[in-house]
Design a protein. Structure first.
Length: 161
């Protein structure tokens, strides 16, 4: 996994940051849908060629399936849309750092770029399996981090009441 470096010329960095924020907002909409359904509020979108090819949110409670994480569902949908299991030209936007299971699937799918909002210090892949992504995958973190973190914190605060 490679952390992205902001070495693009001119406005390319600002342009990429704007695109990342735009697509992360779409992932946040998915996360809000999950929250409204009583699911842990994680949302994901996969983008290829500048357009969203899949979107998903957690459905573990709805489907009674521990593997029904937003990332897993989005990868399956994207693979179907692209007609193949490898997604090297795609970017996954997800509101929270993927868990090791999802990061493994991201690695197997060879997704070219991962962008996530809030880190998951307790269950995120960087804690347990930092080398699980494909070696060519680049990662950008902290996109709309505060909004992504706040959604999770509010969800769990409401659950504790």
């Amino acid at each position: 996994m490679k952390q992205e470096k902001n070495q693009c010329a001119g406005g390319a960095v600002a342009e990429q940051a704007a695109k990342d924020a735009e697509f992360m907002r779409k992932a946040l909409i998915e996360a809000e849908t999950a929250r409204d359904a009583g699911e842990i509020p994680v949302g994901a979108v996969i983008v290829c060629g500048g357009r969203i090819i899949s979107r998903a949110h957690n459905l573990t409670e709805t489907l009674n399936d521990v593997t029904a994480h937003a990332e897993m569902l989005a990868i399956t949908s994207a693979a179907n849309a692209m007609g193949g299991k490898f997604l090297p030209e795609c970017t996954l936007y997800v509101t929270v750092e993927p868990c090791p299971m999802c990061a493994g699937a991201i690695g197997w799918a060879r997704i070219g770029r991962v962008v996530y909002g809030a880190a998951d210090d307790k269950r995120g892949y960087t804690r347990y399996a930092p080398d699980v992504l494909h070696p060519k995958t680049t990662v950008a973190t902290g996109v709309l981090e505060e909004e992504c973190r706040r959604l999770m914190q509010e969800f769990f605060a409401d659950k504790r009441r």
